[in-house]
Design a protein around this ligand. Structure first.
Ligand code: SIN
Length: 319
């Protein structure tokens, strides 16, 4: 029989946010409600085989490595439960792309791990969270689904491709040229392409071993920062990061990852000092295409935020 039980893990965000007035979409407290409160607000989920747990109550702009580790450990355990159809993680939109990318690279997900979120607090006149949560549960129950995905605004997006492209609009996420995996229509999913396969990063083994040994809190998270190239840039930020002990730096370049000459010179000083430096693009879509022979290396299509996670994992695997 097809599994239908879904666990909903709350981590906070606007989806769990509460404002003083129903018409206030800005001044609210994110991460106020529990996962059980979110489910209770969706009539169509009543009576369904769901479990809820609240792992964190963060505004995701405050997401940290400790919460990532706790979430990773919890999801590793839930993935072992063969009777589950899948897991839904409610999250803030602000750093959802980083958490989704981190999980995609480190979590074996034979059943779906579906992140969802909202742009409007739960107290809004017409909140988007309830529909997104209902869609996420439906995705988690989809036969044949797997991997880390995001259910948002009626679409299912791959966790390693998603990025937040709007600060306020309901349709805040994009996967650019890749497009959605599926669209949600009248409660049914129309699949447009395959579910994401997770080529796990070498650091995944390190994370699993650390969980098993109860030593995850002692993992030596490297220091990786993002520096943006812009008109009038100089090398002082990178020099300061070097002095602060940076181990990795992502330079969010202009256009196709081009970097101001003064910043580029500082990046090369950092490279010479043994710091890993990679380029990304500060453009929301497109990433860095091709590699000029004399340019700093890049991770191609990854956003600067995703590139930071990839570099963190590279350094963690090598530590
Ligand atoms: C957050 O990221 O936790 C706040 C913003 C949001 O969820 O839209």
């Amino acid at each position: 029989m097809q599994a239908s039980r879904v666990v909903i893990v709350g981590t906070g965000g606007t989806i769990a946010g509460v404002a003083g007035r129903a018409d206030d979409l800005v001044d609210y407290r994110a991460g106020t409600l529990d996962a059980a409160d979110l489910v209770a607000a969706v009539p169509t989920l009543a009576g369904q085989p769901l479990e809820t747990e609240t792992l964190a109550r963060l505004d995701s702009s405050d997401m940290d490595h400790a919460t990532w580790l706790a979430l990773h450990a919890r999801l590793v355990a839930l993935m072992q439960r063969a009777e589950l159809a899948g897991v839904v993680v409610t999250h803030g939109t602000d750093t959802l792309e980083e958490t989704a990318y981190f999980l995609h690279r480190t979590l074996a997900a034979p059943r779906p791990v579906v992140l969802t979120a909202a742009m409007r607090p739960a107290t809004a006149l017409s909140p988007d969270g309830p529909r997104n949560l209902a869609d996420a549960v439906a995705v988690a129950r989809t036969p044949g689904a797997g991997g880390v995905v995001v259910a948002f605004g009626g679409r299912v997006l791959a966790g390693h491709e998603v990025r937040k492209v709007h600060g306020f609009a309901l349709d805040a996420f994009s996967t650019g040229d890749a497009g959605p995996i599926a669209v949600s229509e009248q409660g049914a999913l129309r699949l447009l392409r395959g579910w994401p396969q997770a080529p796990l990063h070498a650091a995944a083994t390190r994370l699993s071993a650390a969980h098993a040994a109860g030593a995850a809190a002692a993992l030596p998270w490297p220091r990786v920062d993002i520096v943006t190239s812009h008109a009038g840039a100089d090398g002082r930020v990178i020099d300061a990061l070097l002095a602060a002990g940076a181990q990795g730096i992502v330079v969010a370049g202009t256009g196709n990852g081009s970097v101001h000459a003064a910043l580029d010179a500082a990046a090369r000083r950092a490279l010479a000092a043994g710091v890993r430096v990679v380029r990304a693009s500060r453009c929301q879509l497109g990433g860095v295409v091709g590699e000029r022979a004399d340019a700093l290396p890049s991770y191609g299509v990854l956003t600067a935020a995703q590139a930071r996670v990839e570099l963190l994992l590279d350094l963690l695997a090598a530590a």
